[in-house]
Design a protein around this ligand. Structure first.
Ligand code: UTP
Length: 478
């Protein structure tokens, strides 16, 4: 029989006292029954032992940087095959990837649970308008890409979208309001990731309101457990899906279902695969692919010792030049095995952030400076547990244009420029010349609809119907 709220509260008071967190009951007497239920439910969901360990290690102490001494760059496959053996491998992999798609063995998976604080957009990031002529949102571009892939391979590709409790409803409402952009609702699934509490710099849990902890999404690493807990993995198994194509909601240039990448992943028996970019410099903000005792690990750019970040080969290239744009393929069975116990044993990372909260007197505080530590898990921390990790270089301007910041590098503006340049390149290659400025930039704004033009082959196939844009035009091709 379910315990009454007072009994549950009494148990939790003991737990919180044992962990030095009894202050979370400070406003208990003022709370109505709904507020009490909410707070108790949140407290019951915490893994107190783990949380205390994190606080001791990451908040009360300065965590030691644990960089293995024998760090080597991880090996990666080049974007363009360099040997006859690779040529043959890539050609077989391409056929295999197309076969996997046609057989309905691949699902799409977008992580969209982040808070997008740097972009400062009011709403789920996926609802951000990004396309250069039509202002299509990130979600619409992906939805149209999924539709086109289904059409191309004559198959249903289910699409899983991970949200967070903070943006789940808004995301679902957005798809309903837009009729799922033409997708069948039963082939689009939303599920929410977990949350973790924020603590102040003394390691004390923060209350967002008198009846709620300050909770935030548990990082994209939380997606692995969320896939299991939501039932998505079971549904995939029932649908005959064994391969999960993973991308982030803020990169509209991603090739969502790249047959070469999918095929190589399968051919080489990889449990988790990664695209890699050649870094523009030693301190570009991309995680570094490293080899530690034969296992692939990503070391964050901020954690890389200077002498390693700057090290060069004999040919003058960075030794650690492969960086991660967070594009992956995962085996469904690998995710199942990682989450079998119902827990996810990934390390946590700490982030020093501004977190609004109520103070001891119940007053709302909106800090100007970082005041709290948030905990997050990262998906790439699953790599050392994966067998046969494949890393495949991607051509940067083809696949990477993240929308992170309001302006400048990795912003909406830089992403739109990259979308226009890629569309212009595909048109040029298909024999539809795009007017250019003296410096080579397109002298027009062009947008290709992913509903029809998923890749250069789609543009080439339609070339006879397309005409070159005028200088200075804003042209949409659909
Ligand atoms: P980022 O690490 O760039 O975070 O997420 P963010 O929340 O989008 O932006 P900032 O840092 O607050 O400005 C990379 C990808 O991982 C997803 C994001 O939605 C984005 O697609 N993500 C991140 C989650 O799904 N959940 C999380 O808890 C964190």
């Amino acid at each position: 029989m379910a315990q009454d709220i007072d009994t549950r509260a009494a148990t939790l008071r003991k737990t919180t006292e044992a962990h030095g967190q009894e202050h979370v009951f400070r406003f208990w007497d003022e709370l109505d029954s709904a507020g009490r239920e909410q707070l108790i439910t949140q407290l019951e969901a915490l893994d107190w032992e783990r949380l205390s360990k994190w606080i001791t290690t990451y908040v009360l102490a300065t965590p030691e940087l644990d960089i293995p001494g024998d760090l080597k760059p991880a090996e990666y496959y080049p974007a363009i095959p360099e040997t006859p053996h690779q040529e043959q491998l890539y050609s077989e992999a391409m056929s295999l990837g197309r076969h996997l798609l046609r057989e309905g063995r691949v699902a799409g998976f977008t992580v969209a649970g982040g808070q997008g604080t740097r972009l400062g957009f009011n709403g789920p990031k996926g609802t951000y308008p990004i396309s250069p002529v039509k202002d299509k949102t990130l979600f619409q571009l992906f939805a149209e890409g999924v539709l086109r892939t289904c059409e191309k391979y004559d198959v249903i590709i289910p699409w899983y979208i991970m949200t967070s409790p903070l943006n789940d409803q808004a995301t679902r409402d957005f798809f309903v309001a837009n009729d799922y952009f033409g997708l069948c609702p039963e082939n689009v699934s939303f599920f929410s990731q977990g949350v973790l509490p924020a603590v102040d710099t003394q390691g004390k849990l923060l209350l967002a309101t008198k009846d709620s902890l300050a909770l935030s999404p548990d990082g994209h690493g939380g997606s692995l457990l969320a896939l299991r807990q939501s039932g998505a993995l079971d549904e995939m198994r029932e649908r005959g899906i064994d391969t999960i194509s993973y991308w982030q909601v803020d990169n509209p240039l991603v090739h969502m279902f790249d047959p070469l990448f999918l095929g190589l992943h399968d051919e080489l028996g990889s449990q988790m695969s990664c695209r890699a970019l050649i870094k523009t410099g030693p301190y570009e903000k991309l995680g570094n692919f490293c080899d530690v005792d034969g296992r692939v690990e990503i070391i964050e750019y901020s954690d890389m010792p200077e002498e390693l970040a700057e090290a060069q080969d004999d040919d003058g290239r960075l030794t650690f030049r492969a960086g991660s744009p967070a594009i992956h393929v995962l085996n469904r069975e690998f995710v199942e095995s990682l989450t079998e116990s119902g827990r996810l044993n990934l390390p946590v990372h700490r982030a020093h952030k501004k977190v609004a909260h109520v103070d001891d007197d119940g007053r709302r505080v909106k800090p100007e400076e970082p005041n709290a530590v948030k905990f997050e898990m990262f998906i790439f921390d699953a790599l050392p547990m994966a067998q046969n990790v494949l890393i495949l270089e991607a051509v940067r301007e083809e696949q990477f244009g993240p929308v992170k910041n309001k302006s400048g590098v990795d912003s909406a503006e830089s992403c739109r420029t990259l979308l226009v340049e890629r569309a212009a390149r595909w048109l040029d290659e298909a024999g539809i010349p795009v007017p250019r400025k003296k410096n080579g930039e397109p002298d027009c704004v062009v947008e290709l609809s992913p509903r029809r033009f998923l890749d250069p082959e789609d543009v080439a196939a339609a070339a006879a119907d397309l005409t070159s844009p005028e200088r200075g035009a804003r042209e949409y091709f659909d």
